[in-house]
Design a protein around this ligand. Structure first.
Ligand SMILES: [Zn+2]
Length: 182
């Protein structure tokens, strides 16, 4: 019985799949040997192309989360230090510092599930509003710390409503905020 075009293609695909299953390392080795060319050919030619690729990636992440996680783990193992280096650079940015502050607030808060939402944009706005001066002593400084008006240890939140800029010495003075609240 003669096969039509579609059937021939399907048989070819089935044979390829079976062969790939029997030779699991072949694809990996082929990729390794031809990595530069493959990556070059895969590079998006224009914005439309890039958006299409982002779509593929999104759907792939949604459909095979375990595969994607495993691949990421493998990448980290094969490139030790790279993710540490990336994390180190991120911590030096305004965004990274805000992330670290939220994590720190969460750790110090009396309830672990306290609201910790302050973004670096909000912190910049707070600094602007206070003209880069310490809220308590009025000193103008480049580096101001975040002071929680209601302390985290008393149930205060790490939110823009509960944070003022303070110089280091005012921030470390215990209960300074109470003078202003009372
Ligand atoms: Zn001060």
């Amino acid at each position: 019985m003669a096969l039509n075009e579609e059937e021939r293609r399907e048989r070819h695909r089935a044979r390829s799949r079976a062969w790939a299953l029997k030779n699991p390392d072949y694809q990996k080795e082929y990729y390794r040997a031809n990595k530069e060319r493959i990556l070059r050919e895969r590079r998006p030619a224009n914005e439309e192309d890039a958006e299409r690729q982002r779509g593929w990636n999104r759907r792939h992440r949604a459909r095979c989360p375990d595969k994607v996680r495993a691949a990421a783990r493998l990448y980290r193992e094969e490139h030790p230090g790279e993710s540490l280096e990336r994390a180190r650079r991120y911590r030096q940015t305004a965004k990274g510092r805000a992330t670290a502050a939220r994590r720190d607030a969460k750790r110090r808060a009396i309830l672990g599930d306290t609201e910790c939402t302050l973004t670096h944009e909000e912190w910049e706005q707070i600094l602007e509003r206070n003209k880069h001066r310490c809220y308590y002593c009025g000193k103008k400084l480049k580096r101001l710390t975040m002071d929680h008006v209601v302390p985290l240890s008393k149930g205060g939140k790490h939110t823009k409503e509960n944070i003022v800029p303070a110089c280091k010495s005012c921030n470390s003075r215990k209960y300074n905020h109470l003078w202003f609240l009372c």
